[in-house]
Design a protein around this ligand. Structure first.
Ligand code: GLN
Length: 451
């Protein structure tokens, strides 16, 4: 009840939420109380969670922050949220996001930008919480709930976590089911949690994970006890520091926080190893071909016929055109155009196929690196949170936010952002820990050593 009231009270200032359902929240809370009274609590019994508007929650508006789905109430529950409810968690609100998860600032949401609860010292400027999972990050950062769900296709959990001083995790590709999550780029989409601590994030990822026959790319592997890794010694672990992540124009403070992380891990007994991930510089261009290509295909379903909103035209094609013109915002339209272009006959080999080859090289880079090291440490984002409106007219500047995060999506390896300190204006900065596929345990161990 307190979490629900806190979310509602914070909504005018933060604009982090897109839907509430008081009846549902109170019914779930009551049921959790009853189970606890009978001594039957699950892993997350009674824990209030906010849910990114990309996850289908039965009977609650699920719009992907897009006008084309405005008012859509699914008749089913996503696998991830149903696992969370099975573990005893309580739904508190749906959270705002960049439309269809395309963006890095939460400014393309059809309900307007989310405001980061953090402000720079001596400034009243409103800052972005990052994106696309900005509402979830803001809700956790402002202590409105204990955790939230996000999705990470190119950094949409880790970059907002870095901007808001929260912990943000994506597991191995396929650990968490995509069933019931509105699709952006299916081979890159990773549902995952936001939390206040590494331990909480491990518990949340554990509850969200597991094989799902309804998602053909869901992993069949058993889910280990992720939380058990938290607090274990990192002594003797080899930590790779990739030179390609020292990008031009990166603020000195990012470099400093990175060095601080290296020093902490060294002091904890880790061995620091300089490594190279030589194809890193091609990751962003490859991502911005593969992701729009898959998006253009996934978003073809919003034609005004099956579900979602419709604008009637004079015939079928006119109806499609009017529906999609009114329903999709500019960034989504840009992605659809890029995607259909790179998939079109004549351009497919030059763009899409080449990007897929680059993707294989990036995966190979990680395989080679993990022959030598147990985990890789990098900054999570190339800057601290920036002002609302400062990059919204410049798509390239916006895409550059993802320079450190897209590689782990292209390779499908686990990665997390852990709060590591403040810059000189008092804004949080995160460090990223990346490990081999299926080795989330080492990621949580190293993450907890930095925290
Ligand atoms: N910012 C990236 C994009 O716009 C990543 C988004 C995401 O991870 N969903 O595509």
């Amino acid at each position: 009840q307190e979490a629900f009231a806190a979310c509602q009270a914070a909504q005018p200032a933060l604009n982090a939420f897109t839907a509430f359902d008081e009846e549902k929240t109170m019914a779930m809370a009551k049921a959790a109380d009853a189970r606890l009274a009978r001594g039957e609590g699950g892993l997350l019994e009674g824990v209030p969670l906010a849910i990114k508007d990309l996850f289908a929650v039965e009977g609650v508006d699920t719009s992907a922050s897009s006008n084309i789905l405005k008012g859509f109430k699914p008749t089913y529950e996503s696998t991830v949220t149903s696992k969370l409810w099975d573990a005893g968690a309580v739904f508190v609100a749906k959270t705002s996001m960049d439309e269809f998860a395309m963006g890095s600032s939460n400014e393309t949401s059809n309900t307007g930008p989310v405001v980061n609860p953090w402000k720079a010292k001596d400034s009243n400027e409103s800052l972005t919480p990052g994106g696309s999972s900005g509402g979830s990050a803001a809700a956790v950062a402002a202590d409105l709930c204990f955790g939230a769900t996000g999705t990470d296709t190119g950094g949409s959990i880790r970059q907002p976590a870095s901007f808001t001083g929260t912990v943000g995790v994506k597991g191995t590709y396929g650990r968490t089911s995509r069933w019931g999550v509105v699709a952006f780029a299916s081979s890159l989409d990773h549902p995952g949690p936001f939390a206040k601590t590494v331990k909480d994030s491990a518990l949340l990822l554990q509850a969200m994970s597991g094989h799902d026959p309804k998602d053909s790319t869901s992993l069949p592997n058993d889910v280990p006890d992720f939380a058990a890794a938290v607090g274990q010694s990192v002594k003797g672990l080899k930590i790779g520091v990739p030179k390609e992540y020292r990008v031009d124009g990166m603020p000195a403070e990012i470099d400093e926080v990175w060095q601080k992380g290296i020093d902490w891990l060294k002091a904890a007994g880790c061995e620091i190893v300089d490594i190279s991930l030589p194809h890193t510089k091609y990751a962003l261009p490859a991502y911005y071909i593969v992701a729009p290509a898959e998006a253009s295909s996934n978003l073809a379903r919003y034609d005004g016929m099956r579900y979602g909103n419709r604008v009637e035209g004079k015939d079928l094609v006119d109806t499609y055109e009017k529906t999609r013109a009114a329903g999709f915002g500019h960034e989504v339209q840009r992605r659809i155009m890029i995607g259909t272009y790179v998939l079109s006959a004549g351009y497919y080999d030059a763009y899409y196929l080449r990007a897929q080859k680059v993707r294989t090289r990036i995966l190979q880079d990680f395989h080679d690196a993990f022959d030598k090291v147990d985990a890789i440490l990098t900054p999570a984002a190339p800057s601290a949170a920036f002002g609302l409106g400062t990059k919204s007219d410049d798509p390239i500047a916006m895409y550059l936010n993802d320079v450190f995060t897209v590689t782990a999506n292209l390779a499908g390896v686990p990665a997390m952002s852990v709060p590591a300190g403040l810059d000189k204006s008092g804004l949080p900065l995160g460090l990223q820990v990346i490990t081999r596929a299926l080795d989330e345990g080492t990621m949580f161990k190293v993450g907890a050593a930095i925290e």
